[in-house]
Design a protein around this ligand. Sequence first.
Ligand code: C2E
Ligand code: CA
Ligand code: CA
Length: 511
Amino acid sequence: MPLNARSRHKRTQRIAVTLLCGLVPLLLGAVILYMQAERTLKQSTKLTAEEAVHQFELMLDNTALAARELLPLAGQPCDDVKLALREQVTRRPFVRSTNLVWDNTLYCSSLFGDYQEKVNPGDYTKGQLWLMNGNPVTPNTALLVYRLSEGEKGALTTLDGYHLSNVLRLIGRKTLLLLQVGPNWLSADGKVHEGALPDLPVAETRLASTHHAFTVAAGFPKGETWRYMSSEYPPLFSLLIFFAMVSGTIGHILQKRSSSPSHEMQRALEAREFVPYFQPVVHGANKKWSGAEVLMRWNHPKEGLVRPDLFIPFAEHSGLIVPMTRSLMQQTAQLLSPIASSFDGPFHIGINITARHCKDLELVKDCRDFLEAFAPGAINLVLELTERELIEPTAITLQLFEQLHALGVMIAIDDFGTGHSSLGYLRQFNVDFLKIDQSFVAMIGGDALSRHILDTIIELSAKLDLGIVAEGVETEAQSDYLTAHGVNFLQGYLYGRPMPGAEFLNALSHH
Ligand code: C2E
Ligand code: CA
Ligand code: CA
């Protein structure tokens, strides 16, 4: 059903769209925050690497200065220069030992004095720096050796790895920071490793010194982006969840609005989906077609043909019944006016109206337009007002019915016998016909009491001098009974079911 019974499929679809409206901004926001966090971490590793390079350069500059001051002494006997070597160790904060070299042989050391050890320049990156994992005095303790040479002369000054790993620890803090010199690298725990630098999973930055032959790598361990987000972004996440909920709610409301009965019917009205079906009304005496009742159908694109009792209540409630009936009357006039000249005698056209139509005088104009589509006297327009819902005799309704009467429009009370209309009511609205409800017609052939009720209704209408239409005539027995009791007009499946316009025109031409 298009309006009151929504399928499980549609409900699932609505829930899915609502979830989507909420999840899309949530996911999009999360992605943006993730990218922002990555950017922030990258900036942080860049700054950390720059700071570390700067610190190492200061230390190495200091060590290089010691080497530069000692280099001119290379070649002199060790006894003459060892005090100068020790003085540099004492004066320079980061220098641990100083050594002099002649012809690639270390011959004098601040620690041992006279000493003999081959020096291989190939051990030094760019001939300048060697990161060692200790020496015979302090094995397994990082040591950075700075080499300066000029011809046969050479000076080696060493920097204690303790200072280097301290810098890695203090500047790094949460960042993983590594110092690479040629094939070796130093970690914050003071250990020297051999081989290529390991990959740092998050926000890795590598920065080479422009003064000395070393590189610093900074980065974060795996999962740091999420850890950072969960510690820094809780307020933003709350905001995101809030927006997602607002977006989901808006999506839900919009869907509800677009699928609300009145919205859907407005759409259908504009798409001209409400179409007239015609059910013939025959003369009691000769069974000739003397008119038709116009019955509304909704030609729904998905649901197919929809019965009026499923949507008329919604149309009445929203007030759309007025333009819908207007459209029905226009379509009826368009269909029947070309053949109106072939009618013998005025053809009755019954249109159903509701209490809603009686609130203003709009209906008068609609009826005038309808009548103007036909030659005068070709048709009788009969407005069918159900007895189930009585119209209040206000100033405006009385004026309405007066004007309708002046136009020559007739009034029928539909479903007569099911409501409580009084004689006064019938007179006040200038009623012309009573349509006996089909439940009474169905009583024919039943017990004596039922028949008695029907007979009373027929007698009453005869006394009031009103035309009678019997609805829901389905059998010959009913037809015979009603005709014998003087019912002027008959309507029911026995003579024809409600049918579309083209089919009705075709059938009409045969009667
Ligand atoms: P109604 O005005 O009493 O219309 C007669 C109903 O009885 C129609 O149902 C018709 O198809 C059905 N009917 C006709 N002959 C027989 C028969 O021999 N046996 C049986 N069992 N039924 C028969 P339908 O077309 O489904 O319309 C139902 C109701 O919807 C109508 O009752 C009327 O109250 C309302 N309706 C239909 N079209 C309109 C409209 O354009 N405007 C308004 N306001 N109400 C409408
Ligand atoms: Ca009717
Ligand atoms: Ca009826």
